[in-house]
Design a protein around this ligand. Sequence first.
Ligand code: SAH
Length: 258
Amino acid sequence: MKVTIIGAGPGDPDLITVKGLRALQEADVVMYTDSLVNDELIARAKPGATIHKSAGMALDEMVGIMIEAVREGKSVARVHTGDPSMYGAILEQIALLKKAGIGYEIIPGVSSVFAAAAALGAELTVPELTQTVILTRVEGRTPMPEREQLRDLAAHHSTLALYLSATLVKKVVNELLEAGWSENTPVGVVQRASWPDEIRVRTTLARLEEDMKAHGIRSHAMILAGWALDPALHDSDGHRSKLYDKTFTHRFRRGVKE
Ligand code: SAH
């Protein structure tokens, strides 16, 4: 018996993976972050499973419950929002499980960055515009390593996906302007992506703070910034991927001469 760490996806209970759902349905003990994981998903656990909410628990208590359950021969599902590898705080849980000699497996999930991109109808990697997405956050109570300050990361002018930053927009805007981003750089913000009360805001760097305020967005939001978010791309003929270009030869198709 082991602990299965499951990515629940961004909110919509149907956005868990098939494998994740199966593990959830088979678990004897389920522990989940109650503020962020949809209760509708947890309701799919098997009847009679013991359900724990972890939001009010300290690390030792949380992992203690998991260890005890596994030692009693029970299977444990630890459900995290989005994908567990992004700001999931799973590392300290894994370290304690390992110390106790308990095995674990991680089942990935749909991170909120992808749910937000889907909500905005965006491709984050647009040919000849940017082929890179930087997943990061701005410095709040958790200090950022010196070499990862937003203004330095932004120097690449790639797409930026900002987690945990909705209350720090002023800083986001200042750092990006400092990095040389123009005020009219497109920004998309999605609060509670894939939940029934999802809010989508399309704006620019200059209007970001004001527009977020106008929509009352202070938490649970993904900020996607960069020219890949330009809504005008949907109506333009430029930036076509070579993959579907008929003159381009690749592994699955021979190109034709024009
Ligand atoms: N592991 C999660 C991230 C946890 S950190 C994941 O992969 O998505 C929590 C942050 O994630 C929030 O501050 C917010 O920036 C983002 N987030 C999580 N769920 C979200 C959702 N449904 N919509 C928008 N942002 C979300």
